[in-house]
Write a protein that binds this ligand. Structure first.
Ligand code: R5P
Length: 228
């Protein structure tokens, strides 16, 4: 199975299993989610499902609009039946690193409002310990004016390297959908208690959210090398 086939397999399987008629659906972000939205659009067309889609980023809102699905928002739908989202890495305890594509704050808000949070991933994301697979570090969204003190504080607390994420086709930093910057913390200690780290990092003034999703993922649908 190629990487794209694995993403597609995981996404389609999750949509078929978890999306029911009349449900409120949290739409994650990233390349794997694209296949989930495509599958949902097929099912809406053929089964005449009524599904209201709550986006987790500019990208997922665009996907919902492109596929002519019903767009909702947390203001009117604060309780979501199921959210399906991708991940950059999933460890043995289903702790996730997310935010490789810069979307983590809205993803975590939407996941926290969801009765069920399902992660779809290809086989390259599956690890035992965080850092085994995803080498770019833990994304941390910060208020722009605070990025240097936050960088210094994380390095002093936990070591490793904390880098400001730079844009690719623009000079300067990546700016998130919320107008913030992203720091990528390349950690060295893989045995940290990630729930404590997440809470600790969020106590640093200027940190808005982290890409650590601890005990949030209930189900993982993996596109593996073997089709089961
Ligand atoms: O910021 C991006 C999101 O957290 C994505 O869900 C994550 O990076 C996984 O994306 P992909 O499915 O493209 O690997």
């Amino acid at each position: 199975m190629s990487l794209e086939e694995a993403k597609q397999f995981a996404a389609r399987r999750a949509v078929d299993e978890y999306i029911k008629k009349d449900c409120i659906f949290g739409v994650g972000s990233g390349s794997t989610v694209v296949y989930a939205v495509q599958r949902l659009a097929e099912r809406v067309e053929t089964e005449k499902l009524k599904v209201t889609c709550i986006p987790t980023s500019f990208q997922s809102k665009q996907l919902i609009i492109k596929h002519k699905l019903t767009l909702g928002e947390l203001e009117t739908h604060p309780v979501i039946d199921v959210t399906i989202d991708g991940a950059d890495e999933v460890d043995a305890e289903m702790t996730l690193i997310k935010g490789g594509g810069g979307c983590l704050l809205q993803e975590k808000i939407v996941a926290s409002c969801s009765k069920k949070f399902v992660v779809i991933a290809d086989y390259t994301k599956d690890s035992v310990k965080l850092g085994d697979r995803y080498k770019k570090g833990i994304p941390i969204e910060v208020v722009p004016m605070a990025y240097v003190p936050v960088q210094n504080k994380i390095q002093a607390l936990y070591g490793g390297e904390v880098k400001l994420r730079k844009a690719v086709a623009k000079a300067g930093p990546v700016v998130t959908d919320n107008g913030n910057f992203i720091l990528d913390w390349i950690f060295t200690d893989q045995d940290l208690r990630w729930d404590k780290v997440d809470n600790h990092l969020k106590m640093i003034p200027g940190v808005v959210e982290t890409g650590l999703f601890v005990r949030m993922c209930e189900k993982l649908t993996l596109g593996s090398l073997k089709v089961t």
